[in-house]
Design a protein around this ligand. Structure first.
Ligand code: MRU
Length: 364
């Protein structure tokens, strides 16, 4: 995707052997990149949400392993790096999938070539993610095309939650990839962007992405979606996910479940876009997914830009007000109209997933 006409991925290798990422804590007010030179840099970037979104967390962790093995390629160092990175964010399963892939690529090799093998694997994970998201976009495009055909030329109204765009991945995105492709294909559409409190990934990142690509959109308060659905102003919802369990339950950013409930009540189709790397074949159902608890200050404070251009964080609650901050919720499979994957569409069920990914389901 492009920023100011220049094509970017969210993560890329530097010639000096470090890795560069876009600092998502600064968007949309400032476009800055950060250099990750060590394992600790990578772990911090994930923990502090300089990078976020399930696929990008995975790619960053993979590069983090490669950076660690450059310093020390022993078995102990490999295990240490794995454990440190695995603990940075608990809900996105892509993190663990990517760590396993890089560990498998490095472990049974002579020490002197482990770092290089890990680096190659990380680059492969990043490249594959781009292609996977492109395919998700193509399959999702078919859904949007069909839905738009029923609108007699009026814009198709799509609601999305959080940010499942190119910033959440290496490029393209999952839920937003079909939207970019539909827009490029000349399909008239308009996106309702949930602001996504408490961190505002919708208002800060999704709106930034859509605006950059010229896609018509409007930011809405998180609580507005149900009303818009009742008023017939939402034709379909599409979101990303951090983990899908065997039975098709979906963990995604907090608030997703409420949108799925409202969509169900109003007969609005509710799609979830995901790469197969987000399927956790080891968990039977969503109740087993660890839900990240984040700091109270994300709820009691907000960050924004003042008229003089400075970016500040302010309190929005009385001093000392307690707050709770579960980062994700689980949408039961029964509320999901269908999954959009790199291999096509399927039902949100074990049978649906296994029909598309039989080998993956069998081995894990
Ligand atoms: O806490 P975040 O910003 O990492 O949460 C991101 C989401 O919930 C996305 O919807 C999800 O990772 C899918 S990204 C393609």
């Amino acid at each position: 995707m492009k920023i100011g006409g220049k094509p970017y991925r969210t993560i890329w290798p530097n010639v000096d052997g470090s890795v560069e990422v876009i600092d998502q804590t600064r968007l949309p007010h400032r476009f800055e990149t950060r250099r990750l030179a060590t394992l600790e840099d990578a772990a911090h970037a994930i923990r502090a949400m300089i990078v976020r979104g399930a696929p990008l967390i995975g790619a960053t962790a993979a590069y983090g392993m490669a950076l660690a093995l450059r310093e020390d390629a022993s078995d102990e160092a490999l295990d240490r790096a794995h454990d440190l990175l695995a603990e940075t964010r608990p809900t996105a399963i892509n993190l663990r999938w990517a760590l396993k892939r890089v560990c498998d690529a490095g472990r049974n090799r002579p020490r002197e070539i482990r770092a290089e093998a890990a680096w190659r694997e990380a680059a492969l994970i990043a490249d594959e993610d781009v292609e996977t998201c492109r395919r998700i976009g193509e399959h999702g495009l078919a859904i949007l095309r069909d839905a738009a055909a029923k609108k007699n030329g009026a814009p198709l109204n799509i609601l999305t939650h959080c940010n499942a765009g190119w910033l959440a991945c290496v490029d393209w995105g999952t839920a937003l990839a079909p939207i970019y492709m539909a827009h490029d294909a000349g399909i008239p559409l308009h996106v309702w962007v949930d602001e996504t409190r408490p961190r505002n990934q919708g208002a800060a990142l999704t709106a930034f992405e859509l605006g950059g690509h010229g896609v018509p959109h409007a930011i809405i308060a998180d609580n507005a979606g149900g009303h818009l659905m009742q008023a017939g102003k939402v034709d379909l919802c599409i979101v990303g996910t951090d983990r899908v369990t065997q039975n098709g339950d979906v963990a995604n950013k907090i608030g997703t479940y409420l949108k799925a409930l409202a969509a169900h009540d109003n007969s609005v189709p509710f799609y979830v876009a995901l790469p197969s790397t987000t399927i956790d074949w080891t968990l039977a159902s969503g109740g087993l997914i660890p839900i990240e608890e984040r700091g109270a200050s994300e709820v009691t404070q907000m960050t924004g830009r003042l008229p003089d251009g400075s970016v500040v964080t302010i309190d929005i609650a009385a001093p000392g007000s307690p707050a709770a901050n579960p980062g994700f919720d689980v949408t039961p499979a029964g509320l999901v109209t269908g999954f959009v994957t790199e291999r096509g569409l399927c039902a949100a069920s074990e049978d649906g997933l296994r029909a598309l990914f039989p080998a993956d389901g069998a081995v894990r």
